[in-house]
Design a protein around this ligand. Sequence first.
Ligand code: AMP
Ligand code: MG
Length: 698
Amino acid sequence: MNFDTFLMVDWSGGNDRGPTPKKDAIWVCAARDGVADAPVYLRNRQVAESWINTFLLDEQAAGRRVLAGFDFSFGYPKGFGQALTGTDDPFAIWDWFENRVKDSPDANNRFDLAGEINAIFPGIGPFWGNAMKRDIPDLPRKGLDRADHGMTERRAVEQVAKGAFPVWQLSGAGAVGSQVIMGLPLLARLRRKHNVSVWPFEPLTAKVALVEIWPSLIAQAVAETQPGDRIKDAHQVLLLARTLSALSKEDLAALLDVPKTVEGSILGLNHQDMLASAAMGPPKPPPLRNDCFAMPQGAHWTPVDDALTHLQGHLSAVTSTQMVSLVDAAGCFLAADAVAQRAHPPAPNAAVDGYGFAGPATDGTQQMPLVAGRAAAGQPYKHDVPPGYAIRILTGANLPNGVDTVVLQEDVSASATEIAFHGPLKRGANARNAGEDMQAGDVILRAGRKLSPADLGTLAAAGVGEVTARAVLRVGILSTGDELREPGDDADVGQIYDANRPMLCAIAARWGYDVVDLGRAPDDRSRLREILDDAASRCDVILSSGGASAGDEDHMSALLQGTGSLALWRIAMKPGRPLALGVWQGTPVFGLPGNPVAAMVCAMIFARPALQVMAGGDWQTPQGFMVPAVFTKSKKAGRREYLRARVEDGRAHVFGSEGSGRVSGLSWATGLVELDDPAQKIVPGDLVRFIPFSSFDI
Ligand code: AMP
Ligand code: MG
């Protein structure tokens, strides 16, 4: 029951609302993974239906499942369908209306239809309310005028949905009856055109689910978060779409789990608190799935590339999005594409200091009288430069009218009133075109990009003052093992100093994340559980080292096993031992090997790209380059090996020992030599791939 896209529709029973966005019109908004598109104003039902159809087709073509919410009742109180259509099938009511509703932007027959329905029922009613001047047979103007029609006033869900209007009332402030009559024909057609399941009447197996929503459920959050310049109807579809798209699979399943009924239900009823708190918080994507690390494990070891492909395919951003002003944006990950606000340069200008004129200049000596005045950056020359004249112009100055070419001042002999230089000079020489760098509206940087200092320059030049960026990933670092002591403290011979924590903290800081030092955990399961509970509330991801295998004292894997999320990855790689991956209360845990060399190499190879994706970035592959080896080595087939290495005089040297406890070799090295999985015999002079630590951003 996973959905990729959440489309919320605020429907309307009224007539065309005109070209400018207004309240009480149809508003729609789509969101994916906690990020909403801009709300869309649709002036009437015809425009809206065609927009929705196109949207659903596009989403299905892109392979995305859509949950589409509509803010009107999908059914009527029990017994109505039987009386109207002779069956309890709620879709029979939809088809009944679809066959009879006549709708155009300026008029429709809803009141007449309601009167016709009332005539089928005994007594007076159940429909009431008439916004027309003329009286309509069998349709009372007042609710109190109704009697003995035999229908209950409310659906079962409306006993709980306090403040929801009964479906019988067709006019007056807050009435919903008209939008139901004018909405069910749309749903009937969507059902025929697309691969649709309707909640709660059918199991949601199709590509599109139609769901009844009631934005009043998040009224408080709407009121508290509505920006001053956004129409309420627009904000409520945005907030609901964003909130639903950010729920975990489990929370969404809880909302969708309602008793079977022919009356229809309201998504989120009885879960208002969960919805409200999700709507109030910063927009956050759904948490990773509990089984995100589960990888088919055969009898064989998993190749490094398979493990990386799995991470790439199963991880997604876990951080919330926010607007960040450019001065604070260095190192942030863009959550939405950045678009140039204006062209760069905004107008044609001079690339050098010199003299501007109308080009081209022909071969031979050129003499031109100068106009009085000059053009400088920020001080444009406001008059035309007549043909045959030149003007003093400085770098960055907009080209005045009549100028398209600039001659370099070093190539000119100038007096106060004229210049001379040698041609030829092409038209456009030493001048920059408007928009030659960026055009207004260009996507200049894509979502997922980590903003570099250069990017800030690019954004600023394009007039972008703030960007939608991800909050900084909070990375918890934990060491485990009874034998560990704090560096500098006393330690007896049975004890070792915790080398991994300072190393991994520094690595995570280099990567630009907020480091949460979680300290050391003893080999004690209940203590480790407490530490993880606390860490899950403060961190977006936890990197732990040690205790990751399947031995007696491997408490990390044992605890993750208990959550059902443990994946013990046996990776065909040296150095490395099993990696224990899992999810603790929604927070992913990377259980790295205890051995410092293996811990650092696994952090560089696996944690680095994984964390970057969780932080909202693109997947990264470290760049290496081929250099001749000065060492001899043979390795067996089927295992990737990483050797501590450095490049000197253009050749790769490796650390004297491959012992993975030799942490000092990490300090000696400036990178890793990566030996591919197939068997290799390396002799001096062979080319090997060297990946500098800088390629791992450390
Ligand atoms: P483990 O994975 O817990 O079995 O640990 C494997 C090896 O790494 C053992 O020799 C541990 O003592 C050592 N080790 C574990 N954690 C650390 C650490 N934080 N600093 C240095 N060595 C460690
Ligand atoms: Mg241990």
